[in-house]
Ligand binder design. Structure first.
Ligand SMILES: NC(=O)c1ccc[n+]([C@@H]2O[C@H](COP(=O)([O-])OP(=O)(O)OC[C@H]3O[C@@H](n4cnc5c(N)ncnc54)[C@H](OP(=O)(O)O)[C@@H]3O)[C@@H](O)[C@H]2O)c1
Length: 312
């Protein structure tokens, strides 16, 4: 791995098709830009058509030669995920890279259209369903990759299998940490299942450290705390790295030639907050095979999506 790997080191991606969820904002936008600039065809999967259009204009300006498109996807609705997958598969028989990037953080209690707690529903269950539905296209592309964007917050995460949705007591930060731990458990279980079947699919994870995006202010904004919004914005200005830097671990996981299934990438600087991408280690709970298997079964039951190509 180059010591100071940058977006300039992304290999030529001509002929590759990449999907980035939440590609209209923050890290997703910068991930999409990094992929498109190296010649990939990029589909940004976004919940808001207006924000998607603004992002498309921006991306097309910075990568005029690339083919970039937007498709509607609301990860907080299984119907929307199914509609996205159906429309995508009708247009594209294969998919080289799926970046499961979109996310919400520390929201007051909310539910998805299907009654899941919003953070688990969006960050994990939505991406679980999306990946399962797009699996046929991923398996049709030689050397396809799935990258799940987690967070250092996974370190505080505990899977509350007896109360996954926080119905018996919801706390927004533990719920975020659980959803980000789930991203890593899903990474390892998908990697394990694909390898057991001998499938040509690399599954890796990334985290951006602390990057200035719209993520931090969303929670205080929803709670109506103007002071909270200002504090988060100030924190971003003083301590965060840019969204473009924060996207590098995802770009690395999505494109670098030496990535192995199960790898996890984050910034190499002070306590993984900033810096150029490097391999990092998740906590042991994120590699617990029993928890990974249990989460998989629960996720299949909740979403109704089964990865039939992977077998039982
Ligand atoms: N920034 C950090 O320091 C940091 C640290 C650790 C991990 N992360 C992770 O990085 C990922 C990207 O976050 P970010 O920092 O780039 O934040 P961001 O700027 O707020 O971007 C989040 C993206 O996710 C989209 N999204 C949210 N809910 C969605 C839904 N239901 N369906 C489809 N898209 C949805 C948002 O769409 P809208 O624009 O329509 O809201 C937006 O495009 C997240 O998974 C987050 O957990 C970020």
């Amino acid at each position: 791995m180059a010591e100071r790997w940058t977006a300039e080191d992304v290999p030529d991606l001509t002929g590759r098709l990449c999907v980035v969820t939440g590609g209209n904002s923050g890290l997703g936008l910068e991930t999409a830009r990094g992929l498109a600039r190296r010649g990939a065809t990029v589909v940004i999967a976004c919940r808001d058509p207006g924000r998607a259009r603004v992002a498309l204009d921006d991306l097309r300006e910075s990568a005029p030669a690339a083919e970039i498109d937007a498709m509607p996807l609301d990860l907080a609705s299984l119907a929307s995920i199914r509609a996205f997958a159906e429309a995508f598969l009708a247009r594209h028989p294969r998919l080289d890279v799926l970046c499961n990037n979109a996310g919400v953080m520390a929201l007051p209690y909310r539910e998805t259209a299907d009654g899941f707690e919003m953070q688990l529903g969006t960050n994990h269950l939505g991406h679980f369903a999306l990946t399962g539905l797009l699996l046929p296209a991923l398996l049709a592309a030689p050397g396809a990759r799935v990258v799940n964007v987690s967070s250092s917050a996974h370190r505080a995460g505990r899977m509350r299998f007896d109360d996954l949705h926080g119905k018996r007591g919801y706390r927004k930060w533990p719920a975020y940490a659980q959803s980000k731990l789930a991203n890593l458990l899903f990474t390892h279980e998908l990697a394990r299942r694909a390898a057991a079947r001998g499938l040509d699919l690399t599954v890796a994870a990334s985290h951006p450290g602390y990057a200035a995006t719209n993520l931090q202010a969303a929670s205080p904004r929803m709670s109506g705390s103007a002071l909270g919004v200002r504090i988060m914005e100030l924190g971003n200005r003083l301590f965060a790295q840019s969204a473009a830097m924060g996207a590098l671990p995802t770009l690395y996981a999505a494109t670098a030639p030496d990535v192995q299934s199960g790898d996890y990438f984050g910034p190499g600087g002070f306590i993984e907050l900033w810096g150029h991408p490097t391999r990092v280690q998740p906590i042991r709970r994120a590699r617990d095979p029993e928890a990974a298997e249990r989460l998989w079964r629960v996720s299949e039951e909740l979403t109704g999506v089964r990865f039939s190509a992977l077998g039982a």
